[in-house]
Design a protein around this ligand. Sequence first.
Ligand code: AMP
Ligand code: MG
Length: 408
Amino acid sequence: MEGPPASARPVAEPFARSVEQHAGAVREAILAAVGSGSEDLDVADAVGRALAVDLIAPIDLPGFDNSQMDGFAVRSVDVRAAPVTLPVHTTIAAGDGRPTRLPEGSVTRIMTGAPLPEGADAIVPVEDTTPAGPDAVTIGTAAGPGSFIRRRGEDIRLDEVVLGAGGHLNPARIGAIAALGLTTIPVRRRPRVAVIATGDELAPRGGPLPFGHVYDSNAPMLAAALRTDGAEVTLVDRSDDRPDRFLHLLTAAAAAADLIVTSGGVSMGDFEVVRDVLEPRGGRFGKVAMQPGGPQGLSIVDDTPVISLPGNPVSSLVSYAVFIAPVLRELAGRPATPRTTAAAGRDISSIAGRRQFLRGRVADGVVEPVGGPGSHLLATMASANVLIDIPADVVAVAKGDKVRVWAI
Ligand code: AMP
Ligand code: MG
């Protein structure tokens, strides 16, 4: 944060943007700052991350033909006339690596996962057999060639792409990669994000709440949202409304993170510390045509983007969901949070020219708005499971009309 004094640069005009325009600017800034770094992680620790390269299978899976059932390995021609009683040649357990060969006119007792003996071409499940003395079995039903055999390479073949670069590592994928015997894999580095909440009125949790103060909800809330979407939160702090204090924290945050998210201090009041500090340093502030969450800012400090969200808790979280979450999820290779439609549970009115994000509860395909429009109603938002997304040009939704809903 060295360089020319703040007053040396002209302050840009406040912007007036659509949601899409501001989302595009935020996305570009985040992608430029986070870059394409990767790190090698133990497969067991890679869940939730995005693969950095195409992953190529180093072996076949399964690695050898084996039995899908506990039963008997047979030559299908020998059991064509079932029921038929045949001698049991030997027993093969899972993990038995001895080379075995099935003599003609006999069967081998075999367990699930055990290698198929040479010469066998079918498995008869134990349920379809009856013992016939110590060394013989009666096969009750015929088995066609290939029945109950897991073929080498039928799941994945050597040199095939198991998962493409950018793919999200969920538990099933971790399992598939572990099955291939890999120990470490390259994953995309997680974006390191710092969170700074601002406001003279913010009190830390755990202490007294002086009159006129509020406990800081935004810093823990935004940190939680960032972690949920795959970021590494490297700093969470609170600033009062003094510019020197905020500037000090901002400098520390820029050193500790790829990206800074601030809350509060961006609108048109008298003590808008975020805007007052960042606007003279080239930051852009203004209004996005949405509600809640109109006032927004985007700046670059020491090559680190600073995304400035409004302080009202509901506005803060809705802005996060609209502008930041989709980009972080994209970086982590995750699908966007589900966006579907539901029938409005009652008439809804909306303001012309602004995209509305109402809090709602969906049950059985019907969405009921919860709480009023107030952006301070965070506890009410906690009972919502979707945002109802009403386009800027819609002013009235009738009960029963389909509306877009975003899972939250
Ligand atoms: P601001 O955007 O700074 O003008 O703040 C708008 C409203 O949000 C005020 O009522 C603030 O007290 C409240 N607010 C701002 N930051 C926080 C926070 N971190 N936690 C809880 N409420 C906040
Ligand atoms: Mg404030």
